[in-house]
Design a protein around this ligand. Structure first.
Ligand code: FBP
Length: 548
C-alpha cells in the first residue's frame, strides 16, 4: 500500500499517556454515584450496575500479575478521528497486562457481534493503523444492540472466542446500549465485562466526568481550516455570501466551535433559536439584516455558519415535520399515487392551516425533501435537508423585497457548502491521538480491575497529557429517562449547547462585532509537528469550559 510522507512520519508518533498510566496502576474507588435524574426508575432497570463508584487510576510501586485475557472491540456509529488510537491504546494496554492477551475486532459495528463477523487484531495490523484517521481497521455500523436475542447471539461468539470483556466505542446511544448489555451479562452471570468509550464528532456526549467526546477536536479543526480558506477567498473577491452548513445531527457544538475559531460574520446556534422560539422567518430576517448592514458599508460578502440540525430546533418547523411524519405514515399509499406536480398542493390541502402556511412558504426543493426519504422509523432525515440553500434562498427573497422598499442597497450572491464527511476521518490531531490512545489504555485498566458498565474517562484535558486524570464513570450515572418512539427509556443525557455556558457566552459577546466588521481568523491546517502552541491546543470550547 502506498503511503504519504506524512502517514509514514505519523506512524512513528508515540501518543502521550497520563502519568498515572505509564507504570503500575492501581484503581482508587470514589463515592457511590447516582443517575443525573430519575434515580428510582434507573436503579430498578440496572440493579447490577447502578450506583457503582467513580474510579480513578493512580501510579503504584506494586506490580500485579494479570492473567492473559481475550477482549473484543466494536466501533459503533459515525466515524470520528482517533478511533484507531482507541484500539491501539486498548491493544497496548491489554498486552502490557499480559503479553498473551488477545484482541478481537467485530466487523462493521455492533452487527459484527450479532452476526459473528470478527477478526483477530494482531500487532502487525494494529501497527498499520496507529495515528491514522478512519474506522477502516474493522469498519463501523449503526445496528442498534438493544434486544435480548442480539445479546444472546453475541454471547455465543464471545464464549466461543473466550472473550471476557467487550469495549464499545460509540456515541450516547451506543453507550446507553453498552450499559444495557453490561447489565444483561451481569444479571446472567456470563462473566463478560462491557466498557464504553465516548466517541462522536458532534461533541454532544459530555458531562462533568466526560470532558469531550473524541473526534470533535480534529473534525472542528478540519472544518475551521476550510472555512478560514473560504473566508480568505471571500475577503479577496468580495462578491459572495457563503452559506456553510456543518455536521452535528442535533447539537450545535461544531458550528459554535468553528465560529470561535474563525470569527465568521454569522453563526446560527440551534439551541438559541429554540430557546427564543424563533420562526424560520426570524432566522431569515436576522441573516438578511446583517447582509443589509454590511451592504450599507459597501461589503457585499460574508460567511454564515449553520448547524445541521437547525430545522428541527425551529419550533414551528418541528410541528410541521411532526404533522408530515404522521400524515405520510398514515397515507403513504394515497400519496404515492399523487402526480409529482400536484404533490405540493395535495400536502398543503391536508395540513392544519398553521403548518400549511409554513409548508407553502418553503422553496420547492426543501418542500419536496420534507416529503421524501423517511428513515426506518418514518422520520424525515433532517441531515438531507439543504438548510444552507433554504436559508440563502429565503434571505435572497427578503433582500429583493427590501430592495424595492429602498431598505437594501447592495448585491447578494450566495455560495453553498456542507462540511461533514470531510472531517470525520481526518488524521487525528495530537490532542485526539493522545486522548484516544489514553481512552483505550484506560479501558484496558478498567477491564483489568474487573469493571463493567463503565465508560472510560480521561479528564483535566486542557493540562498537558502527563497531568490528565484517567478513570472510569458508571454509565448509569449519566442516564435519565426519556420518551423514545412512544416509550420511556433509560438513555444517556445528550449534551446540547448551554446558553449560559462559557463557549456560547464568549461567542455572544463578540458576534455583533463579527457581523459588522470583517474580523476573520484563518486557523490553517492541523499541524502535527512543531511548537506546542501550534500543535497541541485543545478546542476553544474545552478551554473556555475549563476557564482557560
Ligand atoms: P455519531 O453520533 O454516530 O457519532 O454520528 C455523528 C454524525 O457524523 C452526525 O454529525 C451526522 O448527522 C451523522 O453522523 C451522519 O450519519 P451517516 O454517517 O450515517 O450519514
Amino acid at each position: 500500500m502506498t503511503k504519504s510522507a506524512l502517514q509514514i512520519a505519523r506512524a512513528a508518533y508515540q501518543p502521550k499517556l497520563p502519568k498515572a498510566l505509564k507504570g503500575n496502576v492501581k484503581a482508587v474507588a470514589g463515592a457511590a454515584t447516582q443517575s443525573v435524574a430519575d434515580q428510582e426508575a434507573i436503579q430498578k432497570l440496572f440493579p447490577n450496575t447502578y450506583g457503582m463508584p467513580l474510579i480513578k487510576f493512580e501510579a503504584t510501586d506494586e506490580a500485579i500479575e494479570f492473567p492473559a485475557i481475550n477482549v473484543g472491540v466494536i466501533l459503533s456509529g459515525g466515524q470520528a478521528p482517533g478511533g484507531h488510537n482507541v484500539i491501539s491504546g486498548l491493544f497496548d494496554g491489554i498486552k502490557k497486562l499480559n503479553k498473551d492477551s488477545k484482541l478481537y475486532g467485530f466487523i462493521l459495528g455492533p452487527g459484527g457481534l450479532v452476526d459473528h463477523n470478527y477478526m483477530e487484531l494482531t500487532a502487525d495490523i494494529i501497527d498499520e493503523y496507529r495515528n491514522t484517521g478512519g474506522f477502516d481497521i474493522i469498519g463501523s455500523g449503526r445496528t442498534k444492540l438493544e434486544k435480548e436475542d442480539q445479546f444472546e447471539k453475541g454471547y455465543e461468539i464471545l464464549k466461543e472466542l473466550g472473550i471476557k470483556a467487550l469495549v464499545i466505542i460509540g456515541g450516547d446511544d451506543s453507550n446507553t446500549n453498552a450499559c444495557v448489555l453490561a447489565e444483561y451479562y451481569a444479571a446472567k452471570n456470563y462473566g463478560v465485562q462491557v466498557i464504553g468509550c465516548p466517541k462522536t464528532i458532534d461533541g454532544d456526549l459530555k458531562n462533568e466526568m466526560i470532558e469531550t467526546s473524541f473526534g470533535f477536536d480534529t473534525a472542528c479543526k478540519t472544518y475551521s481550516e476550510v472555512i478560514g480558506n473560504i473566508q480568505r477567498d471571500c475577503n479577496s473577491a468580495r462578491k459572495y455570501w457563503h452559506f456553510i452548513k456543518l455536521m452535528g445531527r442535533s447539537a450545535s457544538h461544531i458550528a459554535l466551535e468553528c465560529a470561535l475559531q474563525v470569527q465568521p460574520n454569522i453563526c446560527i446556534v440551534s439551541e438559541e433559536v429554540e430557546a427564543k422560539d424563533m420562526s424560520l422567518d426570524d432566522v431569515v430576517t436576522y441573516i438578511a439584516t446583517a447582509v443589509a448592514n454590511r451592504a450599507a458599508q459597501g461589503n457585499n460578502f460574508g460567511t454564515v455558519l449553520i448547524p445541521e440540525g437547525l430545522v428541527e430546533f425551529i419550533p414551528a418547523m418541528k410541528r410541521l415535520i411532526a404533522e408530515l411524519n404522521d400524515f405520510l405514515a398514515a397515507n403513504a399509499e394515497e400519496f404515492s399515487h399523487i402526480k409529482k406536480s400536484h404533490q405540493r398542493d395535495y400536502i398543503i390541502s391536508k395540513l392544519t392551516p398553521e403548518n400549511a402556511a409554513i409548508y407553502a412558504s418553503l422553496p420547492e426543493g426543501v418542500a419536496r425533501q420534507l416529503t421524501l426519504d423517511r428513515d426506518p422509523h418514518g422520520n424525515v432525515q433532517v441531515s438531507l435537508i439543504e438548510t444552507e440553500k433554504l436559508l440563502s434562498e429565503m434571505v435572497g427573497k427578503k433582500l429583493a423585497a427590501w430592495k424595492e422598499e429602498g431598505k437594501f442597497v447592495g448585491k447578494f450572491a450566495a455560495q453553498h457548502h456542507f462540511f461533514g464527511y470531510e472531517g470525520r476521518c481526518a488524521a487525528p490531531s495530537n490532542f485526539d491521538a493522545d486522548y484516544c490512545y489514553s481512552l483505550g489504555y484506560t479501558a484496558a485498566s478498567l477491564i483489568a480491575n474487573g469493571k463493567t458498565g463503565y465508560m472510560s474517562s480521561v479528564r483535566n484535558t486542557t493540562a498537558s497529557a502527563d497531568e490528565w486524570i484517567a478513570g472510569g464513570v458508571p454509565i448509569t450515572m449519566m442516564m435519565n429517562m426519556e420518551r423514545r418512539h412512544g416509550e420511556m427509556k433509560p438513555v444517556i443525557q445528550k449534551a446540547l449547547v448551554k446558553l449560559d455556558g462559557a463557549p456560547f457566552k464568549a461567542f455572544a459577546a463578540q458576534r455583533e462585532t463579527w457581523a459588522k466588521e470583517t474580523a476573520y481568523v484563518y486557523p490553517g491546517p492541523i499541524q502535527y509537528f512543531g511548537p506546542t502552541e501550534v500543535c497541541d491546543q485543545p478546542t476553544k470550547t474545552l478551554q473556555l469550559e475549563q476557564g482557560k
